[in-house]
Design a protein around this ligand. Structure first.
Ligand code: HEC
Ligand code: HEC
Ligand code: HEC
Ligand code: HEC
Length: 222
């Protein structure tokens, strides 16, 4: 009987040792897991490519190609010759006219010193690409072109290709802007210096003067 009792106690002891060791092992294992998780997060946020967020489309800086490039594809009369419409608008002369006596007088009146063609206070509304990183201004980009296509439609290096241009969604994803009245008012507003009275900007009337639509009968875009 004694022997049996002893054996039972031995079994209970062994069981306890087993359970205690098991619990300790489990705790050590979970601690290790947590440590590994924390470490790997640290490693990733320290610049690991796995966690690098893609740059949002709107934040991407596109290069300027210049009006001549847009004109290559947008000068056919059958499709509305946007190039010619723009060339005939005052926007095409907006930089050139900063060399006029009128412009110099206006600059003097509002206290802008020096050549208006070099003054940021004037260039911001009379050119395209103002404030852009010089590296973004392509070889064919010319400040002389004044308020050219890319000032309203966005810098074109990434969208000015036929397969992209034919698809509005793709074009927009690559930087094309479909401008609205708000775009005009970035410049046609009360902060623009003036000599005398200037008529209040009327979008409908102004748009008629610079509209450059594709003719209705032209092949429809996708
Ligand atoms: C290689 C040819 C090509 C070049 C370069 C090009 N485009 Fe286009 N563009 C097209 C084509 C093709 C379409 C589609 C409609 C059509 O067939 O006229 C289009 C459409 C457009 C549209 C209308 C988009 C819409 O969905 O309504 C705009 C605005 C436009 N282009 C502006 C520009 C500007 C600004 C530039 C210069 C930065 C430019 N394009 C350069 C070929 C070109
Ligand atoms: C906030 C944008 C803006 C700024 C800044 C700006 N301009 Fe203009 N400027 C315009 C607009 C828009 C027009 C066309 C107005 C119209 O005809 O309705 C214009 C027209 C002119 C004209 C034509 C005559 C007139 O008064 O309409 C002259 C000259 C001129 N600007 C000179 C300058 C000079 C010089 C500077 C810098 C000292 C300058 N502008 C700064 C937007 C601006
Ligand atoms: C980057 C600034 C800028 C933006 C954006 C802009 N304009 Fe202009 N606009 C000018 C300047 C500067 C002039 C004056 C140029 C000159 O007289 O040489 C002008 C002149 C004009 C004129 C000629 C005015 C006249 O007396 O005949 C019209 C029309 C016009 N803009 C319409 C528009 C419309 C419509 C929009 C929007 C779709 C627009 N502009 C967007 C700067 C801008
Ligand atoms: C002053 C701003 C401005 C300038 C500069 C400008 N555009 Fe536009 N463009 C617009 C606006 C506004 C629309 C009409 C957008 C809409 O469909 O609502 C437009 C429409 C277009 C369209 C579509 C026409 C259609 O009926 O589908 C083409 C193509 C285009 N522009 C090409 C050009 C090209 C090429 C240049 C330069 C040679 C240019 N634009 C210069 C403001 C501008």
């Amino acid at each position: 009987m004694n022997a049996v009792e002893f054996n039972e106690r031995e079994v209970t002891l062994m069981e306890r040792t087993f359970i205690v060791t098991g619990v300790i092992l489990a705790i050590v294992f979970s601690l290790l897991c947590v440590a590994v998780m924390i470490w790997s997060e640290d490693a990733a946020s320290a610049g690991g490519p796995a966690k690098a967020k893609p740059e949002p489309a709107a934040a991407k800086k596109h290069g300027f190609v210049g009006v001549a490039k847009c004109g290559m594809c947008h000068k056919s009369d059958a499709k509305g010759n946007q190039l010619k419409h723009w060339q005939e608008s005052k926007h095409a002369k907006a930089y050139e006219m900063l060399a006029s006596k009128e412009a110099k007088d206006l600059a003097a009146k509002v206290g802008v010193k020096g050549d208006p063609q070099k003054a940021p206070e004037c260039l911001k509304c009379h050119t395209a690409g103002f404030g852009a990183d010089a590296a973004l201004l392509g070889e064919k980009f010319k400040i002389e072109d004044g308020v050219q296509c890319e000032r309203c439609h966005g810098a074109g290096a990434d969208y000015a290709k036929v397969p992209i241009m034919k698809d509005r969604a793709k074009s927009v994803a690559n930087g094309l802007i479909i401008p609205t009245e708000a775009m005009c008012r970035q410049c046609h507003n009360e902060t623009a210096p003036r000599m005398g009275d200037r008529a209040e900007f009327n979008f409908k009337e102004a748009w008629k003067k610079i509209a450059h639509p594709r003719p209705k009968e032209a092949p429809a875009k996708k």
